[in-house]
Design a protein around this ligand. Structure first.
Ligand code: AMP
Length: 120
């Protein structure tokens, strides 16, 4: 893919591709994952398309912090603030498939269920 091509998530942010949007503000968007790996599986995505976490610079500290804060807020609204996980896949060898930084918010509302480890 050319570097100039909008990412899948940019196309979702621009409403070119439909998605189940659960939250958005001027800096980020949160969608439900299309292939959930847990009963609650949301993606916190910055509007700014940083490809991977390691591509972030010092000037991105504010947006990185904002993404973390939003992850906590959407977890609270989803009712899973007592037990959730954040995952960032960095690089194809770590399972990253969309090269537009995103935080996976994963939770089970049922204590008997376990997280799926595959691809997380
Ligand atoms: P990663 O593998 O960390 O890059 O995560 C990419 C995530 O995006 C995967 O969990 C996919 O299921 C999810 N995904 C891919 N396409 C869509 C889509 N159109 N809407 C919502 N989530 C998607």
């Amino acid at each position: 893919m050319s570097d100039n091509m909008p990412t899948l998530f940019t196309r979702i942010i621009n409403r070119e591709i439909p998605a189940d949007i659960v939250y958005e503000d001027d800096q980020c968007i949160v969608i439900n994952d299309i292939a959930p790996q847990a009963p609650v599986h949301m993606l916190v995505i910055p509007r700014q398309p940083i490809p991977r976490l390691v591509d972030a610079t010092l000037s991105d500290q504010a947006i990185l912090g904002h993404l973390m804060w939003v992850a906590g807020e959407v977890a609270r609204v989803a009712g899973v603030d007592e037990a959730f996980r954040l995952v960032v896949n960095n690089g194809a060898n770590a399972g990253q498939t969309v090269f537009h930084l995103h935080l996976h918010v994963l939770a089970s509302k049922d204590d008997r269920q376990q997280f799926t480890e595959a691809q997380l």
